[in-house]
Design a protein around this ligand. Structure first.
Ligand code: 4AD
Length: 480
């Protein structure tokens, strides 16, 4: 630590000597983020900015370079004297620049910083640095460098969008009176019953491998639903937004072993429409918020990464999302001339190829599919008790490019039906507490989960889920 600091200091002072220092006198210097500097409200002020060099352009009389600090997509142009012959000022190096903020003569940028002092805080060897100046690297290429890809324009835009979309989702729920619940990450239940669980036990010499740390097997949560259902016995609307884990042995472009899920639970429901309304409203309000608050960043994706995708997003927001039943979906698939790899008989699970076909068939906008076969759904899904087709009051939201974005259902609130189903599955002891929820003040309720990474894929048009999460985890890969 001491050594690094000393090195930085010596580099910094040598660079300070190397440049021409103009009109430097003791005056107040305000530290600004690049986004603040670019607003132009501090023209004439003496300011300090810190960031990373995004371009260097030596010219006859001046040296121009751009600095970005992650606060926005745009970089601030710095103008320094051409006498600055500084080999350490390279693409990717970290700098601190002090100077006067001036109106730029160029139309492309509102302001520029006339440098009085430049410190190189961290050098960056451009030969070894995997990203090259002026090159637009593909998302696939930058994915190879999970520790460095935030230095690219595309990934820093993605991270700002992700952050803003998180805010948008929280504010949607807040505006609509939902209470946020921190559901646990470690749990003893397998909500989805699919057995895709990561077990949690300590490691180390002091631990007895024959004993469970929690006295029972414990797992990373696959869903916060059951904990939200506990809360829906006391609150009319609750939600959670956090990491979820599935030991899915999948290398697909829409599955991760760790992903973020937004889950909501609504009490006093009357029909599945009480859920589809929340899903659709949340999708719309969050997307409109992101488009309005991250226009430049979203534009980078829609222009350079997935050209043409903006039209698709606008189309999604223009029309109400259609609703079809599972049985109608199967009919549509069976009438199609497309050859599917997986069967399309009534009772089959809809595969990605089916979901994508249904979305196209419905006009390439999000579509709800309701009333799935009862046997396809976990124990908590409400029995529609219809015949001859036995279905559950479950709903998925399918979206363009991705397929399933949300999965939800009305929950079985009738004690006798729920007990019978749990007994059939041999789970009545495990879920005796869940049966209690139906014993004491039970109300009709339901909820859903939205895969946050799939949501980002959908609005940005990103093909691979690994490109919308900072540190992707999937089978055979846990980098960093
Ligand atoms: O459909 P799922 O499995 O639903 C549940 O977990 C319910 N318990 C949620 C609830 O009702 N509260 O998952 C919900 C969504 C999916 O529609 C999908 O978008 C996303 O979570 N998802 C994944 N995203 C990335 N990687 C995976 N392995 C995913 N598995 C599900």
């Amino acid at each position: 630590m001491f050594q690094t600091a000393a090195k930085t200091l010596s580099v910094a002072s040598s660079v300070s000597r190397a440049i021409s220092v103009r009109h430097y006198c003791k005056k107040t210097t305000r530290k600004l983020r690049i986004s603040e500097a670019l607003l132009g409200s501090e023209l004439g002020a003496n300011v300090k900015v810190q960031g990373w060099v995004r371009s260097v352009r030596p010219q006859k009389t001046n040296l121009f370079f751009h600095v970005n600090d992650g606060s926005c997509l745009q970089s601030l142009q710095i103008v320094a004297g051409s006498d600055l012959d500084e080999p350490l000022l390279t693409f990717g190096s970290a700098v601190e620049v002090t100077g006067i903020l001036k109106k730029s003569p160029h139309q492309k940028q509102p302001v520029e910083l006339e440098a009085e002092q430049i410190h190189i805080i961290g050098e960056c060897n451009p030969v070894d640095f995997p990203f090259k100046i002026k090159e637009r690297h593909s998302l696939e290429y930058i994915r190879q460098f999970p520790h460095l890809r935030c230095r690219t324009n595309a990934f820093s835009s993605l991270l700002r969008i992700r952050s803003e979309a998180t805010t948008a989702i929280h504010s949607y729920f807040k505006k609509n009176g939902f209470v946020q619940i921190h559901t646990p990450i470690i749990t003893s239940n397998d909500c989805e019953g699919a057995g895709e669980l990561f077990q949690v036990e300590p490691s180390g010499p002091d631990y007895d491998e024959n004993e469970n740390f929690f006295s029972v097997p414990a797992f990373l949560s696959v869903s916060g639903q059951l904990h939200l259902e506990v809360m829906s016995g006391a609150f009319s609307g609750v939600y959670t937004f956090g990491p979820t884990f599935r030991a899915e042995n999948s290398q697909s472009r829409r599955h991760l072993a760790e992903f973020y899920m937004v889950e909501a639970e609504v009490s006093f429901t009357q029909s599945i429409e009480d859920l589809t309304k929340v899903m659709e409203d949340m999708f719309r309000s969050s997307t409109e918020h992101v488009l309005a608050h991250c226009a430049e960043d979203v534009n980078l994706f829609h222009k350079h990464v997935t050209p043409g995708h903006r039209d698709m997003v606008d189309a999604m927001l223009k029309r109400r999302f259609p609703v079809i039943t599972y049985s109608e979906a199967v009919d549509i698939l069976n009438r199609s001339s497309q050859e599917f790899a997986f069967p399309t008989d009534w009772g089959c699970d809809l595969q990605t190829e089916h979901e994508k076909y249904l979305v196209k068939h419905c006009g390439n906008i999000p579509v709800f599919v309701t009333d799935y076969p009862y046997d396809l759904k976990p124990f908590y899904a409400r029995d529609n008790q219809d015949s001859p087709e036995h279905t559950a009051a479950a709903v998925d939201l399918l979206v363009p490019g991705v397929g399933e974005l949300c999965g939800g259902s009305l929950r079985e609130e009738r004690l006798d039906l729920l007990r019978a189903r749990l007994e059939e599955a041999g789970l009545e002891d495990t879920y005796s507490w869940y049966l209690d929820l139906r014993r004491f003040g039970s109300v009709p309720h339901g909820g859903f989960g939205l895969g946050f990474e799939r949501y980002l894929q959908c609005i940005l048009g990103v093909d691979n889920i690994k490109d919308v999460i900072p540190f992707p985890r999937f089978s055979h890969s846990c980098l960093l």
